[in-house]
Design a binder for this molecule. Structure first.
Ligand SMILES: [Zn+2]
Ligand SMILES: [Zn+2]
Ligand SMILES: [Zn+2]
Length: 298
């Protein structure tokens, strides 16, 4: 087992992927032509094997590409119930009926807010079973959390801190600070500029938590930057784009939350932001920020 948990980007796109289904914009056409890092599945992450963050409609593809890592998954943290981050029907395939020789030995605990649980309950075919029975019979457990919770994951001992995101409020969306085996990851999508309450809660962690790797939401790509598409405004609400991200990294720095040598990254890209992978790199790399792509380990 690795000594230092890595944050593995399993997918790097917003809801519709890149090339996006039904789209023929420049970014989608370039991605289709070039392949490689320009082709993006829906965003999810794995941290150190044990901790999965979101498992959306491209979860199968992630398993196929990273079986050796994902088979160590014991906990699934769900940021929010949007369809690009959660695919309820796939969870059923954890049952012995489907996974004849289980990759995950024991229970997979799904951690989510109340709207995430409600979506699971609505969409799983329950038949005669209750939600709890269905989960148990599939080798799953559900743990309900709220924004501004702190909890410890059994087995691996990871400490998870949740903060309210600026996203679809009815879904109680959260961003996460996860500390596992001495390394702390800040997974910060889907969100606009964080709400004041989240900045206040983060500020209180100064001296207690130092972020080793951070990934911020860049759905809007370079919108609002001089290098971005003409006339586009910076994205500040719901999702972010480059100018907001640079401010957010400055603020995390001011609050003393970034460990020396912290890996700064951006991820969760929409083709509607208008930039190719190389165009994103040309903007971010001189600023010390890594551009996420599928399969990148940070
Ligand atoms: Zn999303
Ligand atoms: Zn497109
Ligand atoms: Zn979302």
């Amino acid at each position: 087992m690795e000594t230092k948990p890595e944050l593995l980007i399993l997918g790097s796109a917003a809801a519709e992927g890149i090339p996006a289904i039904f789209c023929d914009c420049r970014v989608c056409r370039e991605a289709a032509k070039r392949g490689g890092p320009d082709v993006r599945a829906r965003t999810c992450y794995n941290f150190g094997g044990d901790v999965q963050i979101d498992l959306g409609p491209d979860g199968l593809q992630a398993w196929q590409a990273h079986h050796d890592v994902l088979r160590r998954m014991r906990h699934l943290l769900v940021t929010h119930a949007h369809e690009d981050h959660l695919q309820p029907s796939d969870l059923v395939y954890k049952s012995r009926w489907f996974a004849g020789v289980p990759a995950i030995d024991g229970v997979l605990t799904v951690h989510g807010t109340a709207p995430t649980r409600a979506r699971l309950e609505n969409e799983l075919w329950l038949g005669d079973e209750t939600f709890e029975e269905k989960f148990r019979n599939c080798g799953l457990a559900f743990h309900l959390f709220k924004p501004f919770d702190t909890f410890v994951l059994d087995g691996c001992g990871a400490v998870v801190r949740t903060f309210a995101a600026d996203h679809w409020e009815r879904l109680q969306p959260c961003v996460f600070l996860v500390t596992l085996r001495g390394r702390t990851a800040f997974v910060c999508n889907d969100t606009g500029w964080l709400p004041d309450a989240s900045w206040d809660a983060l500020a209180k962690l100064r001296g207690e938590v130092a972020i080793d790797v951070a990934v911020l939401d860049d759905t809007g790509m370079l919108a609002g930057a001089p290098e971005g598409p003409d006339g586009a405004d910076a994205w500040t609400r719901g999702h972010m784009s480059a100018p907001t991200i640079l401010q957010a990294y400055d603020k995390l720095d001011e609050l003393g939350l970034l460990a020396p040598g912290c890996v700064r990254a951006v991820n969760h890209f929409s083709h509607n932001g208008g930039s190719t992978h190389d165009e994103l790199r040309a903007f971010y790399e001189p600023r010390g920020i890594v551009v996420g792509h599928d399969g990148l380990a940070l």
